[in-house]
Structure formats: structure tokens, C-alpha cells
Design a protein around this ligand. Structure first.
Ligand code: FAD
Length: 461
């Protein structure tokens, strides 16, 4: 009998397998899909993720950080693209060495599975989709028949977790909420020019904020960019941003939503109006638009995460976030690090480990889930707002001048020593103050920085 059954060999599950194997625990990992290492070469275009300090710290714990960063593209700030193609770089931090990293999702997953597979303690079982979990007996059932019993089950089977679904019907008082945004997403592609040349500034996360919708682009190691369009699924949620649109000579605002982008002509017209500097860089725009799936964006919160010592939910299975803080994977990796230190403290007394894990993590994962939704509105609406842009400029200046000052973004992204909940509380209070200050001036140079720092210190008191 295996000691631990991990369900899902995604990002969290494969990192967890490495951590547990290092402690000498025997692990069987059951993954619904085939072995990504065999599929990766044919998987085609890269989908990327922003890796930052919390995730890097967890990778460092198993000696994988430098290896992953060697294939990452650093992003030093947000490059804002206006309607007529003008750009402005808003640095993520005023401090040197604080930046985020664009990494390939498949590349990271392959590296983690490869590293886990080197341990004799770890056995991967691909093509095994969990369909049910029995809270009484601890039995895990699989599609097509077959089941296993383990000392304990750790479910890292992602946002649509089958184990979480089973817990919903067998754990008394299981509390779950799932909230979906009106917006969905679609991945698109900017290829490299001349083989490997980046067609946009390489070291930035590009954003085309358009109030009701937006597009972003992250660089890939091969010179391409993965773009993601975030827009309402259905028409009522938004109109486009071109104020003087006319059809047959009459003003006509266009509804900006997936269900109104129904053919090549409407997609091209929309992109030419809204993202005109990007269109010439996207030769396969319409093919990609109709070939790639449209994804949903939701927040899942639930509790408890454990069934005694028999099972635990971890990563997206426990707390799926919308992607607007770039923290889902980083948070899932942080989960793994916290679980490992609790095993260090309590050994394989799984119930005690799991109870402490829930007590430590729940308020923090709720905090990052809420901040991720808030950041959606900030990226979509506020990054184009001059007061917000002044606030970012002020934050950068404060970070350059006062080493002890951290913006909310910096606390979440670069302070792995600070729990998400503390970052949210302190960050929101600072944000309110700085927005107020920036709305009363025309230029950041009019602001007395020492006075701002004094006001921030007074918030802490
Ligand atoms: P997953 O990575 O989803 O892995 C789950 C694994 O379980 C998969 O291998 C799946 O095949 C397997 N599985 C599923 N069901 C079963 C089953 N029934 N039985 C067996 N196996 C199963 N996070 C960041 O930190 N930075 C970013 O920039 C970022 N960008 C994102 C952009 C988008 C558009 C989206 C949607 C998410 C983004 N995220 C980002 C979030 C990140 O992708 C997730 O938080 C992260 O993948 C969670 O890891 P996980 O291992 O918990 O789940």
C-alpha cells in the first residue's frame, strides 16, 4: 500500500511529490492525462505563467529555482499600450532585483515531473482519472474501473477537483462557493520575427487596458509572446472604447463580447480598432481566435480542506483564483512549502498536519483570492487612469527612496515572508491613502515624499 496517493500531476502535485520523496515518504501520483513529457514536443505553442518570489521560494526548497529561472524571461514592469499604440512602462518595483518571471507552464511541469521521477519513492500513473473518493474508507476510484487505498490522499487535481466534489457530498458541513466572472479568456499568439526576435519589448508584461476588457501578452523564451484576451462572454457586460464609431454615417457603439466576435471580419475590425499596434504582429490572429478554446474565470473557496487524516485538498483544488495577480501557481507552491514544514514538525500524523495546514492557510488564500478579483478591475480599468498612473509613479519613487516601504503589489509579489492577509490589509490602507494624495495633484513632483511616509507609518500605528 502506498503511503501517500497524490491525485493530479500538475504544478502543485509534481512539486509536492518531490518534497515528500525527500522526506523518504512513498508516493503514487495518479494523473488523468497522458505523460506531458511525451506530449510536450507536440504541444505546440507555449502557454506561460508569471513566477514570483513565493513560487521561487518553494522551488528553492528542493533546489529547482535556479534551473527554472535559467529558462525564464524577466518582466520588470507593465507596458501599457494606448488606443493609438503609444506605450508607457510602469515598473513593478522601485527596488533593484524585484521583478517577475515569465516561464513556460509545460516546461515547468515537465521539469518537476522529471525531478520527482528520479526518486525511487515516486511512481507516476498517467491516464488515471479519479472519479470518486470515499470519505469513510479513503478509497479512490478511477474512470474505467480500479481503485486504490493509501494511508492518505492529497488532491492536487486542480480547479475542477473530483476529490473536492466527492467531499461536498460526504463531509458534513462542507462549505463551498464558486463565483464566476462575466468575462472569459482566450489565448492568442505573437510569433518571433526573423526566427527568434521579440516583436515587443521583451522584458515587460504588456497590457492593452480598455475599461470593459483587456489583452495582455507575456514573453516566451523562444522570442514569441502568449497573448490573452479577457472579455465578457455575453453582450450586456460591455461596449468597446472607440467613441466615434459610425455605421452608415450614424454613431454606433459596438458591443464588446465573445458572442459578438462571431466571424473573421468582426474579429479583425475589433482588433484593428482596439489593439491596432498588436494586429500586424499577429499573422494567425483569426485562425487562433477560432481554433483556441474560450476559458472561464472563477474563484472557488471551500472548507474544510481535509477529511480527518484521510485526505487533503491543496492548490487550485482547495482555492482556485482568477489569474489577475499572477499568484495561483505561486500560492499553490507556497501551500506545498507550508505543508512540508508542518510534516517536519508533526511527522506523518496526517490529521494534525492537515488541521494546522487549514488553520494557517485558509485566511491567506481567501485574501489572495479577493485581491486577484480586485486586481482584475485595476488592470482592466485603472491602469489607463491618470490618477492610478501617478500613484504607480509615486509608489516607484517611494520604493526607490525608502527601503522599508513596499507597495501592495510588492508585498504580494516580492515579500514571501509576509502572509497574503497582512499584505492585503496593509496594502489596501496604503492604496486608499496614495490614491487620495494623487487625485489632488497634477504631477508626482508636487508631492512631499517624507510626509507621505509619515502618513503611511501612521496607518500602522
Ligand atoms: P493544475 O495545474 O490545474 O493541475 C491539476 C492536475 O490535475 C492536472 O495535471 C490535471 O490534468 C490533473 N487532474 C484534473 N482532474 C483530475 C482527476 N479527476 N484525476 C486525476 N488527475 C486530474 N498562476 C500564477 O502563479 N501565475 C500566472 O501568471 C498565472 N496565470 C494564469 C493564467 C490563466 C489564463 C489561468 C487560467 C491560470 C493562471 N494561473 C497563474 C493559475 C495557475 O495556472 C494555477 O493556479 C496552477 O496551475 C494550480 O496548480 P495545481 O497543480 O493546483 O492545478
Amino acid at each position: 500500500m502506498p503511503e501517500v496517493a497524490i491525485i493530479g500531476a500538475g504544478l502543485a502535485g509534481s512539486l509536492l511529490a518531490i518534497y515528500l520523496a525527500k522526506r523518504g515518504i512513498r508516493i503514487d501520483v495518479y494523473e488523468a492525462c497522458g505523460d506531458i513529457r511525451l506530449d510536450a514536443a507536440s504541444a505546440g505553442r507555449s502557454i506561460n505563467l508569471a513566477l514570483s518570489n513565493r513560487g521561487i521560494a518553494a522551488l528553492r526548497g528542493v533546489g529547482m529555482d535556479e534551473y527554472m529561472l535559467a529558462e525564464a524571461v524577466p518582466m520588470y514592469g507593465r507596458m501599457i499600450h494606448g488606443l493609438s499604440g503609444e506605450t508607457k512602462l510602469l515598473p513593478y518595483s522601485g527596488r533593484e532585483g524585484e521583478y517577475i518571471n515569465s516561464v513556460s507552464r509545460a516546461g515547468l511541469n515537465v521539469a518537476l515531473i522529471d525531478a520527482a521521477d528520479k526518486f525511487g519513492e515516486v511512481t507516476f500513473h498517467f491516464g488515471r482519472r479519479c472519479t470518486d473518493f470515499n470519505c469513510e474508507s479513503g478509497e479512490v476510484k478511477f474512470a474505467g474501473g480500479g481503485s486504490v487505498h493509501a494511508d492518505t490522499v492529497i488532491a492536487t487535481d486542480g480547479a475542477g477537483s473530483a476529490v473536492r466534489r466527492a467531499m461536498g457530498s460526504c463531509v458534513k458541513g462542507f462549505d463551498i462557493s464558486q463565483e464566476w466572472l462575466d468575462h472569459g479568456y482566450k489565448e492568442l499568439h505573437i510569433p518571433p520575427s526573423g526566427g527568434a526576435e521579440f516583436q515587443l519589448e521583451k522584458n515587460a508584461l504588456h497590457i492593452w487596458p480598455r475599461t470593459q476588457f483587456m489583452m495582455i501578452a507575456l514573453p516566451n523564451f523562444d522570442g514569441s509572446f502568449t497573448c490573452t484576451l479577457f472579455i465578457a462572454h455575453k453582450g450586456e457586460a460591455g461596449h468597446d472604447t472607440v467613441p466615434d464609431r459610425k455605421i452608415n454615417g450614424k454613431p454606433a457603439a459596438r458591443v464588446a463580447a465573445f458572442d459578438h466576435l462571431e466571424d473573421e471580419a468582426s474579429v479583425l475590425e475589433f482588433f484593428n480598432d482596439e489593439f491596432r499596434d498588436a494586429v500586424p504582429l499577429m499573422p494567425t490572429l483569426t485562425q487562433d481566435f477560432f481554433a483556441n478554446p474560450t476559458g472561464d474565470l472563477g474563484t472557488v473557496k471551500c472548507f474544510p480542506w481535509n477529511v480527518g487524516g484521510r485526505a487533503l485538498l491543496l492548490g487550485d483544488a482547495a482555492h482556485a483564483l482568477v489569474p489577475f495577480y499572477g499568484q495561483g501557481m505561486n500560492c499553490a507552491f507556497e501551500d506545498v512549502g507550508v505543508l512540508d514544514s508542518l510534516i517536519g514538525q508533526y511527522g506523518t500524523d496526517w490529521e494534525t498536519v492537515y488541521e494546522n495546514f487549514g488553520a494557517l492557510r485558509k485566511e491567506n488564500t481567501d485574501a489572495i483570492a479577493d485581491m486577484a478579483v480586485e486586481n482584475f478591475y485595476e488592470m482592466r480599468d485603472a491602469t489607463a487612469d491618470p490618477v492610478f498612473q501617478r500613484k504607480r509613479e509615486l509608489e516607484t519613487k517611494l520604493e526607490q527612496t525608502y527601503p522599508e516601504y513596499f507597495s501592495k503589489y510588492s508585498m504580494v509579489t516580492f515579500r514571501e515572508d509576509m502572509p497574503y492577509l497582512s499584505a492585503r490589509r496593509k496594502g489596501n490602507a496604503q492604496d486608499r491613502l496614495l490614491m487620495e494624495i494623487c487625485s489632488s495633484v497634477e504631477k508626482v513632483s508636487e508631492i512631499d515624499f517624507d510626509d507621505v511616509i509619515r502618513q503611511i507609518e501612521a496607518l500602522d500605528a
